[in-house]
Design a protein around this ligand. Structure first.
Ligand code: HEC
Ligand code: HEC
Length: 298
């Protein structure tokens, strides 16, 4: 009996030891990724001025996600706040934040296109891997608009990372954009906004992070484990879109509602609702050209 107890105690102690060692490895490895600095040579681009460029930039900021994480007033908003993932808030990007004092055009381009903050760390969760594929014209317009933001004084919520975020980072299941982008070889595309599959393909880069490189949907790698799977956007019988009309697609994006009346999960970003008819028409045209592939075969 005594022997058995001793054996049990040793096993439990051994297990606890292993868990502690595992936790330390996860902590050290995730911290290394979060604090590593990325020296990038940012290529300057022309930042346009004038009301038209600013308006275009505002449209992009509203429809490409910036507003979802940085708030309607761009002074910061909750991205997620729970024990598992941690406390993740988009920063205050207005001149009301002391951290934005002296923020230059190059700093904006570094953050948007390279996913690298002014202090050199890789920006957490912001989809710069997608923004790195924006045209010079679009990045320029975005920066033009961001520079006109009125000051809103609100303190940034310091980021803190929960155990699930750290495990996802340490195991490489979740990657910082700055670790994925080929910083030295960015080739910004040149595009013409029009209802064409070609323009739709350019826009669909914003969907691939969740719906997968071939847009077949399935488990979302960049999000917490409790997110629902993304749906199949290809016209395959295992998804819904083969049966949808263009009007169904517009309603799904603009009103977050499927043809059967059910609502889309809030994980599907609401900001895309601000896309105009040209953008949604181009996306639909592109989705129709995709080879049908079974759901989740990314
Ligand atoms: C999914 C959420 C998300 C989206 C979408 C997003 N951001 Fe961010 N952004 C963040 C978070 C979180 C931080 C702070 C992260 C950190 O410091 O590691 C941040 C930081 C920044 C910074 C500060 C970088 C620095 O120098 O410290 C800028 C500038 C920025 N975002 C601009 C933008 C713009 C412009 C867009 C749209 C094109 C955008 N963000 C879209 C979440 C997001
Ligand atoms: C942050 C992750 C994310 C991004 C980015 C994203 N989606 Fe989604 N999307 C989802 C999730 C999750 C669902 C499933 C929602 C549900 O089950 O209620 C979804 C569902 C959809 C649906 C409904 C399909 C159906 O069969 O019901 C459409 C249409 C859609 N997304 C289009 C897009 C398009 C177009 C883009 C890019 C412009 C995009 N999504 C970007 C996460 C995302």
């Amino acid at each position: 009996m005594k022997k058995l107890l001793k054996w049990l105690a040793c096993t439990v102690l051994g297990l606890v030891g292993l868990i502690v060692i595992g936790a330390v490895i996860v902590y050290v490895s995730s911290n290394a990724k979060l604090t590593r600095t990325h020296p990038v040579a940012v290529q300057p681009i022309a930042i346009p001025t004038g009301p038209e460029a600013v308006k275009r930039g505002e449209h992009l900021a509203l429809s490409r996600g910036c507003v979802d994480c940085h708030g309607k007033d761009f002074a910061g908003a909750k991205v997620m706040d729970d024990g598992a993932m941690g406390r993740i808030y988009g920063r205050n990007l207005t001149p009301g934040s002391a951290a934005m004092a002296g923020y230059t055009d190059l700093d904006w381009v570094r953050a948007i296109r390279h996913g690298v903050a002014r202090d050199g760390h890789g920006v957490f969760i912001m989809p710069s891997e997608e923004y790195s594929k924006l045209s010079d014209a679009d990045v320029g317009a975005l920066v033009a608009f961001m520079k006109t933001l009125p000051a809103v004084e609100r303190a940034d919520v310091p980021l803190s990372f929960g155990p699930v975020s750290r495990v996802l980072l340490a195991t490489g299941k979740m990657k910082l954009s700055a670790d994925v982008i080929d910083h030295a070889h960015l080739v910004p595309p040149v595009v013409t906004p029009a209802v064409t599959a070609e323009y739709g393909k350019y826009l669909a880069v914003a969907c691939s992070g969740c719906h997968g490189p071939n847009l077949s949907g399935g488990k979302i790698a960049i999000g917490p484990p409790d997110w629902p799977p993304a749906r199949n956007l290809t016209p395959h019988a295992t998804g819904d879109l083969a049966k949808w009309t263009e009007a169904d697609f517009f309603r799904a994006i603009r009103a977050s509602q499927r043809p059967d009346g059910t609502a889309l999960s809030p994980v599907m970003p609401r900001g895309f609702a601000a896309m105009n008819d040209t953008e949604l028409g181009a996306l639909w045209a592109y989705l129709r050209t995709l080879p049908p592939v079974a759901t989740g075969t990314r």
